[in-house]
Design a binder for this molecule. Structure first.
Ligand SMILES: Cc1cc2nc3c(=O)[nH]c(=O)nc-3n(C[C@H](O)[C@H](O)[C@H](O)COP(=O)(O)O)c2cc1C
Length: 191
């Protein structure tokens, strides 16, 4: 499988950071529960405003004929095409209000992002890749999963072991094999 996806960095970074990317071709191999527990344990130790830990994760395994379709059917057609390969889908949901005073938590989605980053890096250490998605119908997903109004849906993630790009459409295969791109550091910071 392609090795060009490893980031070509200007400065040294951790191998895990270099090697993380968002694939679309996933192997049908299931992800063991013990490994999923490690992923969530990593998320658990992410920092958060007031140590609120506003994240919640809803996990659907492909074998689950009820929950998995309730999530996959809310994805935009492009995402549905490739995410259907993933053995696991995870929905990240944030509690919108602080538990200590009931006030709006303006950092809730930010904190979820950090928890997802921790989960993602832990996943990679088990050779499991995470591909996040914003391309889904939020209201349908809220209805399908009966998510209450005091929670905000942050994203949907597909995760699993990688597979050959050959099973993707030609367009997706190109992206799967393409070198990863980033802005230059000078575009967003001055040291
Ligand atoms: C919040 C968020 C939403 C995203 N939504 C989608 C999506 O709907 N479909 C998709 O194919 N990729 C999606 N991506 C993946 C990004 O396109 C990808 O992370 C970016 O192009 C950088 O590539 P890399 O993760 O391989 O480094 C999303 C990523 C994030 C963080």
């Amino acid at each position: 499988m392609s090795s060009r996806k490893s980031a070509i960095t200007d400065y040294p970074v951790l191998e895990l950071i270099k090697n993380r990317w968002s694939p679309r071709s996933f192997s049908p191999e299931p992800v063991k529960k013990e490994i999923l527990f490690s992923l969530f344990e990593a998320a658990r130790w992410a920092p958060s405003a007031y140590n609120e830990q506003p994240w919640h994760f809803i996990v659907a395994h492909k074998e689950d004929n009820k929950l998995y379709p309730l999530i996959i059917n809310t994805l935009v057609p492009f995402n549905k095409q490739w995410a259907s390969f993933a053995p696991v889908l995870i929905v990240c949901v944030a509690s919108k209000f602080f538990s200590h005073n009931g006030k709006p938590n303006s950092y809730a989605s930010y904190d979820c992002g950090q928890a997802v980053a921790y989960l993602t890096m832990q996943a990679l250490s088990h050779d499991i890749y995470v591909h996040q998605m914003g391309g889904f119908d939020k209201e349908s997903l809220r209805n399908n999963l009966k998510i209450p109004d005091d929670k905000e849906i942050i994203n949907v993630m597909a995760l699993g072991y990688r597979d050959t790009p050959d099973k993707l459409s030609e367009e997706m295969k190109k992206t799967e094999l393409a070198e990863r791109q980033r802005k230059k550091m000078a575009d967003w910071t001055v040291i």
